[in-house]
Design a protein around this ligand. Structure first.
Ligand code: GLY
Ligand code: MN
Ligand code: MN
Length: 446
C-alpha cells in the first residue's frame, strides 16, 4: 500500500480531534514457551495508521490548533539483534521508506513523551494497551500535574480505537484487493480439501492440505485457527482439535482461511466426507444455503445490520419449522428464541485487517449501523443438531452445517467476493467426484 494511504488516514484521524496527543504502540512479541515466540503479527490499528510491521515501535500523532505532526519511533538496529532475528529497518531505513514528519529510535521515546505531553490537553490511547509506552505516558501525565509552572496539562484521556475503527469500516480499493487475494488462495485450499477428502483420513490431514496451499502461495498465515470438524464435531462452534477420524457417511465442516498482507478472509464450507450428500444432509444443507442466498440478496446500502440479523433469524426459524425440527407457529417460536438452540450465532461480522474486524456495529446514538459501499461483512448462517438431541428426528442428529462467504457492499447492492468457491450440492458433488470442476488454480505470487 502506498505511503499516501497512511498519511491520508493520519490526517483524517487528526481532523476529527480539536487538539491532543495520540499514542499507538505496536504488538509485543509473545512467548510461546521458554525462549520461543509465536510468530509476530502487528497490531491492526497501529498498522492501519502507519503500515510499519516491526515490533517495539510507537506512533505518536500530534494536533495543535495550528498544526499536526506524525512521529514514529522504531527499534534501533543492533548487531546482536541482527545475529539472532535478522536485520531490522532501523531509524535510517525507516526514514527512507516512511513519510513521517519525524522518525526516532524508541530509545528517545521516554525523553520526548514528557516534552510532548506538556504542550497538550488531551491524550488518546487504546484503553487496552498495557505497553510500556502508554504506561510511561500515563506516568508522565501524573508527574506533570505535580510540577509547578507547566502551562498545559492533560485533562482528558480518550479511547482512540473507536475513531480508528470507524475509519476501518470503509475499505479502500487497495484493501479490497488484499482481501480478494486472501480469498483467492483460500478458494484453492477449500477446493483442494474437497478433492483430497476420503473417509478414514484424520481431520488434521485436511487442515494440512489447506495449510500447504496457504503457505505455498505466500500467505503470511492462517487468518484464525482452522476448524476442521467431522460429523458431530461441527456442533462445537469453535472446535479446533482437528484430530478425529473422518467417517464415511458424515459431513465435514471446514471453517479455515488465510491472511494476505495482514488482510483476512473467512470461509466455511460443509461437504460429505464420501462425496455424496445423504437425503437428510441435503435437506438441511439446502435450507442453510437458501437462507444464505436470501440474506446476501437483501444486502445493499442503507440496510441496517440489526435488520439483517432479524431477517436471517426469521429465515432460519422458518427453515427449522420446514424441516420439522421446530414445531409450531413462527411468531411465538421467534419470540421465545426457540431457533437459537439450533442456530445460536450471529449472521456475520465485519472483516478486514482482523477476521473479526472490531469496527462499530452501532452509531453514536446507539442505532444499528446501516450498510454502505466499501464495508465487508461475512454472511454465515448455520444449523447445528447435536447427536444426542433426542427431540429431533434421528436422521438429522449429528448434522452441523455452516456456509460462510465474504461480502463487499457496493453502490448497487453487494458483491460476494468468495462466490468462486463451490457451494451448491451439485457443484460440490461434481468437484468431489471428478476432482476437477470449478477450481481456482494456484497462482505464483512471488
Ligand atoms: N472463523 C470465525 C468466524 O467465522 O467467525
Ligand atoms: Mn466468520
Ligand atoms: Mn469463519
Amino acid at each position: 500500500m502506498n505511503e499516501i494511504h497512511y498519511s491520508t488516514r493520519r490526517q483524517k484521524l487528526l481532523d476529527t480531534l480539536e487538539e491532543g496527543v495520540v499514542i499507538l504502540s505496536s504488538s509485543s512479541p509473545q512467548t510461546r514457551s521458554n525462549d520461543t515466540e509465536y510468530s509476530y503479527r502487528q497490531n491492526s490499528d497501529f498498522y492501519y495508521m502507519c503500515g510499519f510491521e516491526e515490533p517495539n515501535s510507537i506512533l505518536i500523532l500530534l494536533k495543535t490548533p495550528e498544526s499536526t505532526r506524525s512521529i514514529l519511533f522504531v527499534e534501533a538496529c543492533s548487531a546482536e539483534g541482527a545475529l539472532w532475528n535478522g536485520a531490522c529497518l532501523g531509524v535510517e531505513g525507516a526514514r527512507e521508506r516512511f513519510s513521517m514528519d519525524e522518525i526516532h529510535s524508541t530509545l528517545e521515546y521516554s525523553g520526548l513523551i514528557k516534552e510532548i505531553l506538556r504542550e497538550h490537553t488531551a491524550l488518546y490511547i487504546d484503553f487496552l494497551d498495557d505497553s510500556s509506552s502508554v504506561k510511561l505516558a500515563q506516568q508522565s501525565v501524573k508527574e506533570l500535574r505535580e510540577t509547578r509552572g507547566v502551562k498545559k496539562s492533560i485533562r482528558a484521556i480518550h479511547d482512540v480505537t473507536y475513531l480508528i475503527r470507524s475509519m476501518r469500516l470503509l475499505k479502500s480499493n487497495e484493501e479490497i484487493e488484499r482481501i480478494k487475494h486472501a480469498i483467492a488462495i483460500t478458494a484453492s485450499a477449500h477446493h483442494q480439501a474437497m478433492r483430497e477428502c476420503k473417509s478414514g483420513m484424520k481431520e488434521f490431514e485436511l487442515q494440512a492440505a489447506m495449510s500447504y496451499i496457504f503457505l505455498s502461495n505466500g500467505a503470511t498465515s492462517e487468518a484464525y485457527g482452522a476448524i476442521v470438524a467431522g460429523g458431530n464435531n461441527a456442533n462445537t462452534l469453535h472446535y479446533i482439535d482437528n484430530r478425529d477420524l473422518l467417517l464415511d457417511g458424515d459431513l465435514v465442516l471446514i471453517d479455515a482461511a488465510c491472511e494476505w498482507e495482514l488482510y483476512a478472509s473467512d470461509i466455511t464450507r460443509t461437504f460429505p466426507i464420501n462425496g455424496k450428500f445423504s437425503d437428510p444432509q441435503r435437506d438441511v444443507y439446502e435450507k442453510v444455503l437458501d437462507v444464505q442466498l436470501r440474506v446476501i440478496d437483501a444486502i445493499k446500502p442503507g440496510v441496517k445490520r440489526d435488520w439483517l440479523q432479524q431477517y436471517s433469524e426469521k429465515l432460519l426459524c422458518q427453515a427449522l419449522i420446514d424441516l420439522g425440527i421446530l414445531k409450531g407457529e413462527i411468531t411465538p417460536l421467534l419470540e421465545s428464541k426457540a431457533h437459537k438452540k439450533y442456530a445460536p450465532h450471529g449472521i456475520g461480522h465485519w472483516m478486514g485487517l482482523d477476521v473479526h474486524d472490531p469496527c462499530p456495529y452501532f452509531d453514536d446514538e446507539g442505532e444499528s449501523l446501516a450498510l454502505s459501499a466499501g464495508m465487508v461483512t461475512t454472511i454465515e448462517p448455520g444449523i447445528y443438531i447435536r447427536a444426542d438431541d433426542e427431540s429431533v428426528e434421528e436422521k438429522y442428529r449429528g448434522i452441523g452445517i455452516r456456509i460462510e462467504d465474504d461480502i463487499l457492499i457496493t453502490d448497487e447492492g453487494c458483491e460476494n467476493l468468495s462466490s468462486m468457491i463451490v457451494k451448491t450440492v451439485e457443484d460440490i458433488e461434481n468437484l468431489m467426484m471428478n476432482k476437477e470442476g470449478i477450481c481456482v488454480h494456484l497462482m505464483k505470487t512471488y
